[in-house]
Design a protein around this ligand. Structure first.
Ligand code: HEC
Length: 101
């Protein structure tokens, strides 16, 4: 019991900074920036993470559903729900923005 309570506190304590950093310290890249500032390999990794984590609660929404700003808004909620690390979140965001509307 004490163990899981400690774990919960640990998770809560770790949650904030990660999410805060993705949405505040990284500016929203434009589509062109996402394509040029990330390597093919990083974008492919982002795609793999997206395919394997973002369909857990609903079908994958197409990349072209949103503009870069739109994805940033949605990902604020979804990266949190997916419990992705900051690095994973950045890669997923880069992939989605590179292929956005
Ligand atoms: C823990 C469950 C869960 C996971 C994991 C999850 N989602 Fe969602 N998603 C939801 C729920 C619930 C909604 C509807 C409520 C809302 O829009 O916040 C939703 C709605 C959406 C929508 C439609 C609303 C909009 O803003 O366009 C998109 C797109 C989306 N999710 C993308 C993603 C992506 C990308 C990921 C992976 C990073 C992801 N989701 C992971 C639960 C989840």
């Amino acid at each position: 019991m004490l163990g899981s309570y400690t774990l919960l506190l640990f998770l809560l304590a770790n949650c904030g900074p990660h999410i805060g950093k993705i949405v505040t310290s990284y500016p929203v890249p434009t589509k062109e920036q996402a394509k040029t500032e990330f390597t093919e390999e990083q974008l492919a990794q982002g795609r793999t993470i997206w395919q394997s984590t973002c369909d857990r609660c609903h079908d994958l929404h197409p990349e072209t559903k949103h503009t870069p700003e739109g994805w940033n808004r949605t990902l604020r909620r979804m990266i949190h729900k997916s419990k992705l690390t900051e690095d994973e979140g950045v890669l997923v965001r880069a992939y989605l923005i590179a292929n956005s509307k």
